[in-house]
Design a protein around this ligand. Structure first.
Ligand code: MGD
Ligand code: MGD
Ligand code: SF4
Ligand code: MO
Length: 706
């Protein structure tokens, strides 16, 4: 235990008892115990936290290395007339930023200033960032990297269930599941401790690659990238024609089954096999396994979601789960695996282009009035919804687009689709400000870089993948010269003319405010407090404040009813369609992207951890042996992976895990090795999710030129 960040002054190792907190990286939010003083922080998994149950992955074990990483940002940097980033005082840096933001707004209007947030930010920071954008800047131009992550899942689950909670049940429910279908998820690499909850179940894994997760599967369906929607419709078709639909459940708890059946009636198994490459017998087996299980789950990951039809694909898998009577039934369910540390809370707190805290809507007058009253501003002064993440990045520095951008918690120069174009747009800005603790590739483009505190140096809350609100606790004070994101936003807001009390710097105060802002909303946190969390209570939202007692939270969201007014879940009628671009003679292969265990996201953090850099040092492209032979690609040689959008350089990894028609490149690497140099700008019409998971590419050898 320890005091709140902001209480400064160095502490000696002897003063430091262990601090219970959570891993800085993914949404599993494994609980950890930190020990030792600056420069020698130790980590061990908390033994009794139900989600990780004493497990950590390699990233979690090595996370302390990030605290004292040699490149750590310890002073503000301002780009001088000579074009070089040079150290500056906080006052000079903040005065400069505030002055230029004010002038930009005066000259070009409030929407000329934009904000880009992140799903790794604590609830308190995501909330404050959204408020800062709408109130201190008055801009509608705010979105965040969660658009690239959970937006398709969110759009589909909101439509189907009336509420978007990634897992509407605790992770431990999976322990007793008999069959779990994982569509486009590779948790053996992306959330290793989650596999402890999947030991009993027979796994059906849907992935074009034979991943480490697929190796553990009872059944591996290996579709062509971008064909999951056809596959899901085919599975639903089979459930109906084989008489496996849970009619009683469908009648009692859902609407829209007839329309959904119409949309999949023409997807008879042989047609689905022709489109997806999945044998009919395997599809039939998958459906029978799910239908025959006493308890079963259907879960989707980014492999099924990061497509220009991602939200319809999730809707189709939900349709399958509904037909089999899984969602909202004790011990069974449908869920989506949230990705970033606060990927769940970060999508509820109002940093999304169309959203206010608590999952309130920026277009609903009652929602606007409620939040405006908590913020002490006129509802009419709140801007409307803005463009989505990619559209925002695409518009930067154009005549109609923003001229200044503040980035908190993302590295879009590496992680955004069409990264070369996005880098160009970032460079076209009059002012780019990046708050980070490492010099990311995006920070390297900035005019002003502001050094902030990290996970183990700050207090706050994050909401894990099962909707449980968790406490992040400070073990150390931030190094001298470094501020917290909340302190930074406070200082900027004041310089922009805001009353100081409107932007508190103490996380607990921010949390108490966001409780009020979310009260009565779908993601209701009003019954949750630091005191309850610190007492060890497991609280899943919604957790409303109730008179005369403590609400126990909602571990299982849909047991009695779904969140639509009529209490029923909605089937959707969706159409399969090809990806934005299919392979052709010039670009004959499917290029897909994703993750490896030892790197995290754009790699800004994990590439700086020596053990992780050593484990996964550079970009590679997985190629099937037959394809490699045909293309003259030698294992270990450098290759160019090229699409109409651009090309990436990666080392060839010849492996039978790949389909013959598909290559895979991880997106964790910078410069010429960015996978996003070949991804395109097709977006899902509903969620605005980019098509990260399928491009048409060709792969050619390059000489080992230095
Ligand atoms: N080690 C590590 N762990 C992480 C992260 C990380 O960067 N590194 N990031 C975290 C975050 S933010 C996220 S969002 C999660 C993501 O977690 P996952 O969704 O598990 O990760 P990905 O590797 O992006 O994609 C999963 C799988 O989708 C497959 N795939 C590709 N195309 C298709 C397709 O068309 N259909 C289907 N069905 N599958 C396809 C890929 O082969 C890959 O194995 O991981 C979290 N955990
Ligand atoms: N090709 C391809 N591209 C993808 C994906 C894919 O599968 N394929 N996946 C997409 C997905 S799912 C995601 S989530 C995105 C993620 O991609 P990014 O948004 O780039 O995520 P990170 O690399 O985690 O970048 C976070 C940055 O913020 C910093 N940071 C971390 N915590 C804080 C904080 O509390 N405050 C501040 N100020 N800074 C902080 C980190 O040091 C880092 O530089 O990438 C997307 N891009
Ligand atoms: S699984 Fe995720 S939360 Fe757990 S240790 Fe690994 S990166 Fe951290
Ligand atoms: Mo993500």
């Amino acid at each position: 235990m320890s005091g709140e960040a902001g209480g400064r002054g160095p502490r000696t190792p002897a003063d430091l008892p262990e601090t219970t907190t959570h891993c800085p990286y993914c949404a599993l939010q494994c609980s950890t115990e930190l020990s030792g003083g600056p420069g020698r922080v130790g980590v061990r998994p908390s033994p009794d936290f139900p989600v990780n149950r004493g497990g950590l992955c390699q990233k979690g074990w090595t996370a302390p290395a990030l605290l004292g990483t040699p490149g750590r940002l310890l002073t503000p940097l301002v780009r001088g007339a000579d074009g070089v980033l040079a150290p500056a005082s906080w006052d000079d840096a903040l005065d400069l930023v505030a002055g230029r933001l004010r002038r930009t707004r005066e000259r070009y209007g409030a929407d000329a200033v934009a904000v880009f947030g992140g799903g790794g930010l604590t609830n308190e920071k995501a909330y404050t960032l959204g408020k800062f954008a709408r109130v201190a800047l008055g801009t509608s131009r705010i979105d965040y990297n969660g658009r690239f992550c959970m937006s398709s899942a969110a759009a589909a689950t909101l439509a189907a269930f009336g509420l978007d909670r990634g897992l509407p049940f605790p992770v431990t429910d999976l322990d007793d599941s008999d069959v779990v279908l994982l569509a486009g998820a590779n948790p053996a690499e992306t959330m290793p401790p989650l596999m402890r909850h999947l030991e009993r179940a027979d796994l059906v894994v849907v992935d074009p690659r034979r991943t480490r997760t697929a190796e553990r599967a009872a059944l591996h369906l290996q579709p062509v990238p971008g064909s999951d929607l056809a596959l899901a419709l085919g599975l639903l078709h089979l459930a109906v024609t084989e008489g496996l639909v849970d009619k009683e459940y469908v009648d009692a708890r859902t609407t829209g089954f007839e329309a959904a059946w119409e949309s999949c009636a023409a997807w008879w198994p042989e047609r689905v096999e022709a489109v997806t490459g999945v044998p009919v017998a395997d599809m039939r087996r998958a459906v029978r396994m799910l239908a025959g299980a006493r308890r079963a789950h259907v879960l989707t990951g980014r492999g099924a979601e990061q497509h220009s039809k991602g939200s319809d694909t999730v809707a189709a898998f939900i349709g399958l789960a509904l037909a089999l009577g899984l969602p909202g039934r004790a011990g069974s369910g449908f869920g989506t695996l949230t990705g970033q540390g606060n990927g769940q809370g970060g999508r509820e707190m109002g940093q999304k282009a169309d959203q206010l805290p608590g999952y309130r809507s920026l277009t609903d007058p009652a929602d606007r009035a409620h939040v405006a009253s908590v913020w002490g501003v006129d509802p009419d002064a709140l801007p409307g919804p803005g463009p989505s993440a990619y559209e925002l990045l695409d518009s930067l520095g154009t005549p109609e687009g923003p001229r200044a951008l503040l980035v908190f918690g993302s590295n879009p120069a590496v992680s955004a689709p069409r990264a070369a174009h996005v880098t160009e747009r970032l460079s076209a800005l009059d002012l780019l400000v990046v708050a980070d603790f490492v010099p990311s590739e995006t920070a390297a483009l900035a005019d002003v870089v502001l050094p902030v505190a990290q996970w183990a140096e700050e207090e706050g809350t994050l909401t894990g993948l099962e909707g449980r609100v968790l406490r992040r606790r400070a073990h150390l004070s931030p190094p001298p010269g470094v501020r917290t994101d909340l302190e930074l936003l406070h200082a900027l807001a004041v310089r922009l003319g805001q009353p100081p009390e409107r932007f508190p710097v103490r996380p607990r105060e921010v949390f108490d405010e966001l409780r009020r802002a979310s009260a009565g909303a779908p993601a209701d946190y009003s019954g949750i407090s630091y005191a309850r969390l610190d007492a060890g209570e497991a609280l899943h939202w919604p957790c409303p404040a109730v008179p005369g007692g403590d609400h126990p939270g909602t571990p299982r969201a849909f047991l009695d009813r779904f969140a639509h007014p009529d209490g029923r879940a909605r089937f959707a009628a969706v159409e399969h369609r090809p990806p934005a671009r299919e392979p052709d003679a010039g670009f004959p292969l499917y290029g897909t992207t994703g993750r490896v265990l030892a790197q995290y996201q754009s790699g800004a953090q994990t590439r700086r951890v020596p053990e992780l850099a050593e484990a996964a040092p550079e970009a590679f492209v997985e190629v099937h042996p037959d394809t490699a032979r045909r293309l003259g690609l030698a294992d270990g040689a450098l290759a160019e992976v090229e699409s109409v959008h651009g090309s990436t350089r990666a080392r060839v990894r010849v492996t039978r895990t790949a389909r013959e028609d598909t290559v895979f490149v991880p997106f964790h690497y910078p410069g010429a090795a960015r996978a996003n140099l070949f991804t395109g700008d097709a977006l899902d019409p509903r969620s605005r999710m980019p098509e990260f998971k399928v491009s048409a590419v060709r792969v050619t050898p390059v000489g080992e030129r230095s």
